[in-house]
Design a protein around this ligand. Structure first.
Ligand SMILES: [Ca+2]
Ligand SMILES: [Ca+2]
Ligand SMILES: [Ca+2]
Ligand SMILES: [Ca+2]
Length: 138
């Protein structure tokens, strides 16, 4: 009987460990359904389980590996800076996919505000190893 209990405990422990390892391999911090290692906005939900503003799914207009939801670095120098602000101003009224941060098929005020609000930061983070190169082909 005691052996059975020991075996039972060992089995439960092994199951717990393997479950933890499994959970670790599919970590999804923003719970959007895309594992961190494949998520082009690791910390910001951008579909499919938790959609971003306009139900976009990992939309990445400039194909740099950072999804638009977390990428206002339009000049692709890995800093959110003045050139990005100038780029979004120049794209206002167009449907330039790189500048369409909110993914509503138009570059408009919310996109400008997103760029303004993120000045001084950096794009991402992204779980893709190719993030920062164009095209980012995982
Ligand atoms: Ca995710
Ligand atoms: Ca995400
Ligand atoms: Ca991007
Ligand atoms: Ca920039």
């Amino acid at each position: 009987m005691r052996n059975l209990i020991v075996i039972g405990c060992a089995t439960i422990l092994a199951l717990s460990l393997s479950t933890a390892a499994f959970a670790g391999s599919i970590a999804d911090v923003d719970t959007d359904g895309v594992p961190d290692s494949l998520d082009n906005c690791e910390l910001l939900a951008n579909g499919p389980l938790v959609a971003d503003t306009n139900n976009c799914f990992q939309f990445d207009g400039d194909q740099d590996g950072f999804g638009n939801a977390c990428d206002v670095d339009l000049s692709n120098n890995l800093v959110n800076d003045l050139p990005d602000l100038l780029d979004v101003l120049a794209a206002l009224g167009t449907n330039d996919p790189a500048a369409d941060i909110t993914c509503n098929n138009a570059v408009d005020l919310p996109d400008l505000l997103a760029v303004l609000g993120a000045l001084g930061g950096a794009p991402g983070p992204s779980g893709l190893s190719c993030a920062g190169t164009i095209p980012c082909l995982p």
